[in-house]
Design a protein around this ligand. Structure first.
Ligand code: UDP
Ligand code: MG
Length: 307
């Protein structure tokens, strides 16, 4: 039985040594394991720290990207190169307690194919981050066919069956949380309290969170496109009513000149709705355009292992 642990890192130099220390304490109990670090184009000494550990004989594999491709791509790369019977993904900043690994493996041995985690409280996150995250999952669950428990992150165990399926997926815009829910199988949810980030600061700015949310929604639902049709229908109906009224007062009364306010309001309103709908359509069209190029999901500049 071999356990793979995949850790995406983007400028996490301070966190690597302590994380490896804690992880090996847990993993040494098991007969065989590998730790795969995916360096997502770090500009600090993250890669050097990893190489030092490799030289000192730790069971570490690493992949280094040629630039920053994002956490989801880093996780996918780790998945592609893993050789274990199961795989655990966790963050490099020690927010995901390595101690939970035992519980995850136990559930896996009981026969679950996916053991995902749900965070209880989130001491490190701002009010805004907690609320927007909650809102995002509510929205996604409402408008897509998949169901994701609010508070799940990329901290989970996957069985080899699931890894092999996810490896085959070549989409450019990956949203693993959605894909893991989408594949099905026997899933188990573990609760945990996330720790404070050990060192460094979060790599997810508000902008990055919005981008991930858009990827999540547009990868799993085409329902936002229906909004265009729906709003178009309502507006057309209102226009017919208002048109009738306008024609009516022109024919039957002589007070037709004033009306600048209603004119400007309706022009602005319809204009902004059109822009919104164009934006939604553009989101999908843009994604389709990028996907159609079939570019590789990531580029590796350096590694110490093969697939
Ligand atoms: N990460 C990455 N590439 C990125 C952004 C983040 O590999 O472009 C990694 C990061 O090093 C960390 C994990 O993804 O191990 C989660 O990021 P972070 O802790 O910054 O997110 P938060 O916990 O604040 O949501
Ligand atoms: Mg974090």
């Amino acid at each position: 039985m071999k356990i793979s642990v995949v850790i995406p890192c983007y400028n996490e130099e301070q966190n690597i040594p302590i994380l490896v220390k804690k992880l090996t304490e847990v993993l040494n109990k098991y007969s065989d394991y590998e730790i795969i670090f995916v360096d997502d184009g770090s500009t600090d000494a993250t890669l050097e720290r990893i190489k030092e550990l490799v030289e000192n004989g730790a069971k570490i594999k690493y992949l280094a990207f040629s630039r920053n491709f994002g956490q989801q791509k880093a996780l996918k790369a780790g998945l592609d190169y893993s050789t274990g019977d199961c795989l655990i993904t966790l963050d490099a900043d020690l927010q995901h307690p390595p101690e939970l690994v035992d519980a995850m493996i136990q559930k896996w041995q009981e026969g679950y194919d996916i053991v995902y985690t749900v965070r209880k409280e989130y001491p490190d996150a701002s009010f805004l981050k907690r609320k927007t995250s909650w809102l995002f999952y509510k929205l996604l669950n409402k408008i897509s066919e998949i169901e994701i428990t609010p508070g799940t992150a990329d901290f989970r165990l996957l069985d080899r069956k699931v890894i092999d399926i996810l490896r085959e997926l070549n989409e450019t815009f990956i949203f693993l949380r959605g894909l893991v829910s989408w594949v099905g199988f026997r899933q188990y949810a573990l609760e945990y309290t996330p720790q404070k980030r050990y060192s460094g600061k979060t790599k997810y700015s508000f902008k990055n969170m919005i981008l991930l949310a858009i990827t999540g929604i547009t990868s799993f639902s085409t329902r936002p496109l229906h909004l265009a049709t729906f709003l178009g229908l309502i507006l057309a109906f209102l226009c017919i009513l208002y048109g009738g009224y306008a024609v009516g007062i022109t024919i039957f009364t002589d007070k037709t000149v004033p009306g600048w306010a209603s004119l400007i309001v309706s022009v602005l309103f319809i204009g902004s709705i059109q822009l919104l709908i164009l934006g939604i359509i553009g989101e999908y069209l843009g994604k389709l355009f990028i996907e159609s190029k079939r570019r590789p999901q990531y580029i590796i500049k350096e590694k110490n292992c093969e697939k």
